[in-house]
Structures are given as structure tokens and as C-alpha cells.
Design a protein around this ligand. Structure first.
Ligand SMILES: Cc1cc2nc3c(=O)[nH]c(=O)nc-3n(C[C@H](O)[C@H](O)[C@H](O)COP(=O)(O)OP(=O)(O)OC[C@H]3O[C@@H](n4cnc5c(N)ncnc54)[C@H](O)[C@@H]3O)c2cc1C
Length: 371
């Protein structure tokens, strides 16, 4: 990330995670001059520790606008990947051939069916899924264990390398004339006429549009623009195996195989504040379920594990807001930043460039919690 000789930009993004980079890239491809400000290397970063699913099944089952927004992003993903493919660097590793939610009991099958059927009935005909019995799952994943009863298959699901995605978005942003500054956390925000002034340890900058996309730090930044973002951390732990021949042709909620061959195993959820330690008990719980799915994993070496913090709102859905007291300022927090990257880069960036969030995002305001 480089120094900036310039101090006035069309848009400033606070936060260099997946949300900030997706929106920043999106604004830059529309021709806006963009400055992306990121905090220190020690900052909390969900974007560097996630699982990489582009996941639709089950999302927004009881929040139709979120189901629509997720589906929209999944549909836009091939366009984003095509655009980013022209950028130098490793391939994104996007595969959108569908995904499986493995069920280890009839009760899990029924629960999954109920949720996805509710989603199908309440959506506009775009969402499709199939419940597969054990024999059908075995055709896709020959190594499944005896406890696997079946799975839900959804053709809209997929996965991507989230680190290569971040790299491509940043390279694209810079190629479009954007500037990225690290070690530059936003410390103060003021309005001066029609301009927004942003202070950092590396200097002060001006803009017409400001996007707060600082993940968990949005809770502290949002009040500076007259908004609230009630987000809290939720820990997820992930285990990585040694590189293997192809074991999985499709990702599941618990297991995915990267293009390089390693298996990622994850899907834990813990509320334990800002603690990012890896705990053997949780890791062994993750491993137990993985072994029930694919028993051959018992002989596979684990090469590393980590924990990262999800950016969670009170109901788990994104918060999209624009300030009423500081026009031009927006605050965006969400879990599922990989899945929503395409909607953020295209649709959301378009709204921000125009200065007004689209109607389909009305239900996502922090105001929904004011009851
Ligand atoms: C274990 C785990 C698994 C996940 N799996 C998936 C998945 O499979 N699919 C999916 O879609 N999503 C997944 N996610 C969620 C996804 O990673 C997040 O939605 C996304 O990374 C959030 O990005 P963010 O940019 O909001 O936050 P972060 O990545 O946390 O980035 C925030 C950035 O803000 C910067 N910052 C902090 N303070 C300031 C400041 N004052 N000024 C400027 N910058 C600041 C930080 O340096 C940081 O770079 C997962 C998350 C976790 C933790």
C-alpha cells in the first residue's frame, strides 16, 4: 500500500477487508477517484480468515430481501470473476457448480428440507434445491461415511479463494487509479460544507462519499457520522489438511477442497469476545463431524488451524445505512462478505456513487432493531 500525494478524492473507504475492497473496486470501475484507508497489521480481519464459500442455500430463509440480495450476488459472481480475471495474479479459483449440506440424521434432513422449502416457496421462483438420498450423495462423494443419511444440493452455491479475491480487488482498484494506504486507521471524521474531512495518522483527506467498511471497528466509527452499527464478534475456527488428490467435487458447509489440494474444514460458531485463540475442544468437534462425513480423513495430516472473528449484527443479517446528518457518508457491515462481494462491487457501489441506497436495501438499516 502506497503513500498518497493527493488529499482530495471522490470517495474514501475506511477498511481494507472484503467489504471495503469490493466497494472500493466497484467505485473505481465507475470512474470515481478512490482512497482506501486500512488499519495496522494487528487489526482484526475477518477477510483473511474465512472459509471462502459463495453460499446461497438457506441464506435469508426468513428475511426475503436478504435471500434476494444473496441470489443477486451469486448471479453477478461470474461477471466479477470475468472482470478480475484480466488482472495479473493467481486465478480466483471460483467454482459455482453447486454445494451440499450434508445431513447425519433423518432429523437433520427434515430440518434442512423445511428451511429450504420455506425459502423456495417464499422466493420469486429463483431459488432451487434438491434433497439427495445417501445413494445420490455417494455418487458425488464416494468416500462418505455410514452416518451420512443424505444432503441438500443447491446449484447456486460455490466457492472461491478469498485471499486471491482480495488481492485481485486491490490490484483492480489501483489499476483504476485508486490509492490504498495501510497503517492509516480513520481517527476522526468531520463535515465541512459539502466535503467530508477524514483524519488518519498519515494525514487528513477530503471526499464527497465516505464508506465505513471497517468490520467490527464500524461500531466505533459509525457514531462519527451520526449512525449506529451494532456489530459484535463471533469466532469461527478452521483446520487445513495437507494437500490431497481430489476428494471433493463440491463444497459443503463444513468441507471444501482448494484448487491447490488442501481441505479446509470449519463451521464453528462461538461468542467469546475478541479472543482469537484456537481451542483443541472446538477443533476436535469440527474434526469429528468431518470424519463422520469422510472417514478417510482419519489418515490425513493437519498442517495448520486458525480462528477468525465474524462481523455479526444482532440478527446475523447485513447492516446498510446512509447518514441523515452527514450526507455522503455510508456505513456497511456484514457477515458473508465473500458471497456478497459481487453485489457490493456492482450494485452497492453504484448506489453509493449515486449517493442513495437502493430501495431493495431499505430493510437492512440498523433502524430495524429500534423496536
Ligand atoms: C471463520 C470465518 C468464516 C467465514 N466464512 C465465510 C464464507 O465462507 N463465505 C462468506 O461469504 N463469508 C464468510 N465469512 C465472512 C467474511 O469473511 C466477512 O463477511 C468479511 O470478511 C467481512 O469483511 P469486512 O471487510 O467487513 O471486515 P474485516 O475483514 O474484518 O476488515 C475490516 C478492515 O477494517 C480495517 N480497520 C479497522 N479499523 C479501521 C479504522 N479505524 N480505519 C480504517 N480501517 C480500519 C481493518 O484493518 C480491516 O482490514 C467468514 C468469516 C469468518 C470469521
Amino acid at each position: 500500500m502506497t503513500q498518497s500525494a493527493k488529499s482530495n478524492f471522490d470517495a474514501i473507504i475506511a477498511g481494507g477487508g472484503l467489504i471495503g475492497l469490493s466497494i472500493g473496486y466497484g467505485l473505481s470501475r465507475l470512474g470515481l477517484s478512490v482512497l482506501l484507508l486500512d488499519a495496522e497489521d494487528t487489526a482484526i480481519r475477518a477477510a483473511r480468515g474465512n472459509f471462502g464459500l459463495v453460499w446461497v442455500q438457506g441464506k435469508g430463509a426468513y428475511f426475503p430481501s436478504y435471500a434476494d440480495w444473496t441470489m443477486r450476488s451469486s448471479e453477478l459472481w461470474p461477471n466479477l470473476a470475468d472482470e478480475l480475471q484480466d488482472i495479473d495474479g493467481p486465478k480466483l479459483g471460483l467454482h459455482q457448480n453447486g454445494g451440499l449440506s450434508i445431513c447425519l440424521s433423518e432429523a437433520e434432513m427434515q430440518q434442512r428440507f423445511d428451511k429450504l422449502e420455506y425459502l423456495r416457496v417464499h422466493q420469486n421462483g429463483r431459488f432451487h434445491f434438491e434433497m439427495l438420498d445417501r445413494a445420490a450423495v455417494k455418487e458425488i462423494m464416494p468416500g462418505i461415511g455410514p452416518r451420512v443419511v443424505g444432503a441438500a444440493y443447491c446449484a447456486h452455491d460455490g466457492h472461491v479463494n478469498p485471499l486471491y479475491l482480495m488481492r485481485a480487488l486491490q490490484t483492480g482498484l489501483i489499476r483504476n487509479g485508486g490509492v490504498c494506504l495501510s497503517n492509516s486507521p480513520v481517527s476522526d471524521i468531520r463535515k465541512n460544507g459539502s466535503t467530508i474531512n477524514v483524519s488518519t495518522p498519515k494525514g487528513n483527506f477530503e471526499c464527497q462519499r465516505l464508506v465505513l467498511a471497517a468490520g467490527l471497528a464500524n461500531a466505533g466509527l459509525a457514531p462519527m457520522v451520526g449512525l449506529e452499527q451494532s456489530v459484535t464478534p463471533q469466532k469461527g475456527q478452521i483446520v487445513i489438511t495437507e494437500k490431497l488428490d481430489q476428494q471433493l467435487s463440491l463444497p459443503t458447509l463444513l468441507l471444501r477442497q482448494t484448487d491447490e489440494g488442501g481441505l479446509m474444514i470449519g463451521d464453528s460458531h462461538e461468542d467469546c469476545g475478541f479472543d482469537t485463540s484456537v481451542s483443541p475442544t472446538v477443533v476436535s468437534g469440527i474434526a469429528d463431524r468431518a470424519l463422520a462425513t469422510l472417514p478417510a480423513l482419519a489418515d490425513v495430516g493437519v498442517v495448520r488451524s486458525w480462528a477468525a472473528l465474524r462481523v455479526m449484527s444482532k440478527d446475523g443479517y447485513p447492516i446498510y445505512d446512509q447518514s441523515e446528518t452527514m450526507s455522503g457518508a455510508f456505513a456497511i457491515s456484514c457477515h458473508s462478505g465473500v458471497t456478497l462481494s459481487a453485489a457490493h462491487a456492482f450494485d452497492l457501489a453504484g448506489y453509493i456513487a449515486e449517493g442513495e441506497l437502493g430501495q431493495e436495501l431499505d430493510g437492512f438499516s440498523q433502524r430495524r432493531f429500534d423496536v
